[in-house]
Design a protein around this ligand. Structure first.
Ligand SMILES: CC(C)(COP(=O)(O)OP(=O)(O)OC[C@H]1O[C@@H](n2cnc3c(N)ncnc32)[C@H](O)[C@@H]1OP(=O)(O)O)[C@@H](O)C(=O)NCCC(=O)NCCS
Length: 163
């Protein structure tokens, strides 16, 4: 089951991220995004009463009208990986971004993974950001034409603090 995260889920979300990434940088990033009010929404995947996956979308600051969401980070408990859970979190996340009225989503991730959900480096080519030019910097339009003109986006401060 995939649902919105609740405050009571925060310790389990920290544990999933620490375990999946093998370090606590992402858990600290998540907590800083929450503290700064940058989170658009967080989803969790639940299996047999335990949390086994998490995905977070934050709001970017754009120099044009439009709500741009950033997907990061995402983690699935190691014992549950490669069963499609990550994919379901991304697909539900994309649908939820639409519900929030987002016009586009960006992600910095593996170029072999995210294109299957509709992300492409091509869609991100007119976006100026600290990650522009990398094949890992990808985007998808949720509203036609949302990324058709040059745009500059700034990530929430906790991303630069996280490096
Ligand atoms: C990335 C992650 C969330 C995927 O979750 P998942 O439940 O295993 O995802 P799915 O089962 O939907 O998809 C598995 C696919 O992801 C791909 N994949 C997973 N991690 C990958 C990576 N680091 N690089 C490239 N591909 C990756 C696999 O190739 C696999 O595709 P395949 O089955 O066609 O070979 C999970 O592996 C994870 O938590 N990794 C550690 C944290 C991380 O790297 N997060 C992403 C960056 S924010």
């Amino acid at each position: 089951m995939i649902r919105h995260a609740r405050t009571a889920d925060h310790p389990a979300i920290r544990e999933i991220n620490e375990t999946a990434f093998g370090k606590d940088d992402e858990a600290r990033l998540i907590e800083a995004l929450r503290a700064n009010g940058d989170v658009m929404f967080e989803l969790v995947a639940e299996a047999e009463g335990a949390l086994v996956g998490h995905i977070l979308f934050s709001r970017l600051w754009a120099d044009r009208t439009g709500l741009i969401a950033a997907l990061a980070p995402m983690a699935v408990w190691p014992g549950h990986q490669r069963r499609g859970l990550g994919g379901r979190l991304i697909e539900t996340g994309i649908d939820t971004c639409r519900d929030f009225g987002a016009h586009a989503i960006v992600v910095l991730g593996h170029p072999d993974y995210y294109p299957r959900f509709g992300f492409s480096a091509e869609a991100a080519r007119l976006i100026s950001s600290p990650y522009s030019g990398s094949p890992a910097f990808m985007a998808m339009e949720l509203e036609r034409g949302a990324l058709a003109d040059p745009m500059s986006v700034a990530y929430p401060d906790p991303f630069s603090a996280a490096g």
